[in-house]
Write a protein that binds this ligand. Structure first.
Ligand code: SF4
Length: 472
């Protein structure tokens, strides 16, 4: 396979078949779209795009938030281009999973993070045929289908030997998600790409945190060696002050979600973590967060809402579905169903104390200990940590229902979901719907089936309960 990679078009854009290269070509075009496009111009563009790409672009270019989507496309496009340039500039590309703060990689001038799950989501949302061929390739190698599609689609593309390859792989999900850890480890061993592991003890006591801090410091020393650069306090401060600015705006957006009807478009959840997982620590993250806050604030002032009323304020207990933005995020919004947040958009970024190198490293160790998924699925009691967090957010954001969209790879979440469902309903009164499907693979459960289940849950459970409460 390495031979194939050497002989294959890994550096040439011609005949590229890898997910990264195909996404790169498309975002380059999408980045040319100007702000303020008319509906007619958008319609003309959508007609010349392949059907899968056209459907996602239709969702993103929805007039309600079109210019913010263009900001998001620009931010992601610049990131993809910077990753591409990094190699020729002699900088290292570090493949990270989504449960790892990317600002840690930005601390180094000579490195840039490439986030597996974000690349998969981009591929699934903008490529014709979505990510299916890369998933099938990985399955063809004998990789079991209970690995997570979120990472396996992008890593399957790397495994073909015909795509852009990172220089270093970070693995930071051991204990929280083996499905995630193992595919990163497999690619590292199979492709000969060096790997660095950040482990997290399950104990959230002072002993567990101290042990994690020591693992984290060793991890940072190893990164310094692999990247060939010593951490510089001035650069660290510059990056973390940018991260803190983005965090302030994150909390403004979070607070706006408390209003009913919710002025924040559903799709901003994915924009939030698309930003958190790629650009936190660079000025582009704060710019993107500001763009979302400003539009949401304006919508609140104008009372703009796409449905006659907000019928359901829904907390997604884990993650959403990414293969059909139009039939998922936008459809719910137009039916008055608010996608308040999910476990990833509830990343609750932490302000890092930038006084000294030590305080910054301690803050980052803490941020990675408390990162979404790591915090709940890597806790000493997965169910308790998950129940407590979600119950808190359901109350804080005044959600009146919750949905769990489990998929086949998430064995650990499935194993406790019944307990989680009962306890969340007992503590908050919010009924919980459990859906089956795969967030990145449409073949598992089509959108129409998901829509039917969501509709009947909202109509038969959420709305009835609300009416019963409102009756004198
Ligand atoms: S916890 Fe579930 S969604 Fe998250 S990486 Fe693991 S298998 Fe995928």
């Amino acid at each position: 396979m390495r031979e194939m990679a050497k002989g294959g078009p890994t550096t040439s854009r011609r005949g590229a078949e890898g997910l990264f290269e195909r996404v790169e070509s498309l975002v380059e075009v999408a980045m040319q779209l100007p702000r303020g496009m008319s509906d007619e111009e958008v319609e003309g563009l959508l007609r010349v795009l392949p059907p899968d790409t056209s459907r996602s672009m239709r969702a993103l270019l929805c007039p309600r938030f079109r210019d913010v989507s263009l900001d998001f496309i620009a931010m992601i496009g610049e990131w993809v281009q910077e990753v591409r340039r990094a190699k020729s500039e002699g900088r290292k590309v570090v493949l990270v999973p989504f449960n790892f703060p990317p600002e840690i990689i930005y601390l180094f001038r000579n490195a840039i993070p490439l986030t597996s799950e974000v690349m998969t989501t981009l591929g699934v949302s903008v490529l014709e045929g979505q990510g299916e061929r890369y998933w099938d390739y990985a399955m063809g190698l004998g990789i079991p289908d209970y690995l997570c599609s979120s990472s396996t689609i992008e890593l399957g593309s790397i495994l073909t030997g015909r795509d852009f390859e990172p220089d270093i792989i970070v693995q930071s999900a051991p204990g929280a998600c083996d499905a995630n850890s193992k595919i990163h480890e497999f690619v590292s061993l199979h492709m000969g790409i060096p790997q660095v592991i950040l482990e997290k003890p399950t104990e959230a006591t002072s002993r567990g945190r101290e042990l994690h801090r020591r693992y984290f410091m060793a991890f940072m020393r190893r990164l310094e060696e692999m990247i060939g650069e010593e951490l510089d306090e001035g650069r660290m401060r510059e990056v973390l002050e940018e991260a803190n600015r983005a965090s302030d705006l994150y909390y403004e957006l979070y607070d706006l979600k408390k209003f009913s009807p919710c002025p924040v478009p559903n799709i901003f959840s994915i924009f939030t973590y698309g930003t958190r997982f790629t650009r936190w620590g660079r000025p582009q993250a704060a710019e993107m967060m500001r763009s979302m806050v400003e539009l949401s604030r304006r919508r609140r002032e104008e009372g703009a809402y796409p449905a006659p009323e907000e019928v359901a304020r829904c907390m997604w207990l884990y993650i959403g579905y990414y293969f059909d933005f139009l039939g998922f995020f936008n459809w719910m919004e137009e039916r008055g169903i608010t996608y308040l947040n999910d476990i990833l958009s509830l990343c609750q970024p932490r302000h890092v104390d930038t006084t000294s190198k030590e305080s910054m490293l301690a803050g980052l160790a803490e941020a990675s200990f408390e990162y979404p998924m790591t915090r709940q699925m890597g806790a000493d009691s997965m169910s308790l940590s998950w129940i407590e967090d979600m119950s808190h957010f359901i109350r804080d954001l005044n959600a009146n229902c919750a949905i769990y969209s489990g998929h086949h790879a998430c064995k650990q979440t499935w194993s406790i979901v019944n307990q989680v469902r009962k306890e969340i309903t007992r503590r908050t009164g919010a009924p919980v719907l459990c859906l089956q499907g795969d967030s990145w693979i449409r073949r598992m459960t089509p959108t129409s089936v998901l829509q039917e289940e969501i509709s009947s849950f909202v109509d038969n459970v959420v709305t009835r309960r609300r009416r019963a409460r409102e009756r004198p």
